[in-house]
Design a binder for this molecule. Structure first.
Ligand SMILES: Cc1cc2nc3c(=O)[nH]c(=O)nc-3n(C[C@H](O)[C@H](O)[C@H](O)COP(=O)(O)O)c2cc1C
Length: 294
């Protein structure tokens, strides 16, 4: 194995962090990695030749139990490449069973083109909607992610199979929910987006939106209906000027996820021991996840 292409979509930075950790980990094994943002592929900004790579990795966040419309589209646009080895990595706020089928449509599209998708994994990262995780937990998740990444690298170099299975009926139900989230939830959310008086028209959101859904007309920032609810515009705005008026509870204020990982790592007061074997309630399901990372 000499060269790997990693294609990832990341709304708010978590999946990008994992893509970069993977890249560093492969490089420590003398394997060259080229990273591609999926939005640059679907908009034809960055060309690639699939046969330049011995294996490819595809990464995405779990959005509404699915892979996000842009990652689905990317998988459909991939060229045919029989027997090309491929692996999937997804980030989610939880390694929960219900997230296991999130890449199903991506895998289906890739397999229809001959790719051999032999490894599929979930990496739990800071939650970027509804539930603001404690910084101690965010640090603990990141530290576990570093170890999970090394395991993915070892497994994929050795072509070790890992498939995430989910009950067929449940999978159909979750696909249905995902469809609703992608087609109605995201549109409804986007209809409520607006730039506040803090906006200085720097147009970072216009440039950064992965689906080109934000534009400027007559000095106003306008949001279209092609939103995939990735949250990038809201969290990356330097002036915190983009406000949601629909489903406001899903926006964390302030977001302390991927973008502040360096700050978390450098803060000695944050020891990253949030979930322990005694944890109860929602966080209990993370005990096994952290144990497995050791
Ligand atoms: C609209 C939306 C839907 C989400 N749905 C789920 C979900 O179904 N399951 C989950 O565990 N996390 C969910 N999350 C959390 C993200 O998957 C998680 O924070 C992810 O790491 C974000 O990755 P990114 O920073 O690369 O975009 C959702 C986040 C958003 C914004």
């Amino acid at each position: 194995m000499k060269r790997i292409g990693i294609f990832y979509f990341s709304g708010t930075g978590n999946t990008e962090i994992i893509a970069k950790l993977l890249s560093k980990s492969y490089e420590r094994k003398q394997i060259e990695v080229e990273l591609f943002r999926i939005e640059d592929i679907v908009t034809h900004k960055k060309p690639f030749v699939i046969n330049d790579f011995d294996m490819i990795g595809v990464g995405h966040p779990v959005l509404g139990f699915g892979a996000s419309g842009i990652t689905d589209l990317f998988a459909q646009m991939l060229p045919h490449c029989p027997e090309k080895k491929a692996f999937i990595f997804k980030t989610a706020s939880s390694p929960h069973y219900l997230n296991q089928g999130a890449s199903a449509a991506v895998i289906q599209a890739m397999e229809a083109k001959g790719y051999r998708v032999f490894h599929n994994s979930i990496i739990a990262m800071p939650c970027n909607w509804y539930i603001k995780y404690d910084d101690q937990l965010n640090k603990q998740l990141y530290q576990a992610a570093v170890k999970k990444v090394d395991k993915i690298v070892a497994d994929t170099i050795n072509t070790q199979e890992q498939h995430l299975k989910i009950n067929g009926v449940l999978s159909k139900l979750l696909r249905f929910l995902y469809y609703g989230e992608e087609h109605y939830g995201a549109q409804y959310f986007a209809k409520g987006l607006a730039a506040s008086a803090n906006c200085n028209r720097c147009k970072k959101c216009v440039r950064d939106c992965p689906t080109n859904n934000i534009s400027e007309a007559d000095g106003q920032i306008c949001f279209g209906s092609n939103c995939i609810w990735c949250m990038r515009c809201i969290y990356a705005c330097p002036n915190h000027a983009i406000k949601a008026r629909h489903l406001t509870g899903c926006v964390l204020d302030p977001y302390t996820g991927g973008f502040n990982i360096d700050q978390l790592l450098n803060n000695p007061q944050i020891n990253g021991n949030y979930v322990t074997e005694k944890s109860k309630g929602y966080y209990k399901h993370l005990i096994k996840y952290f144990e497995d990372a050791e």
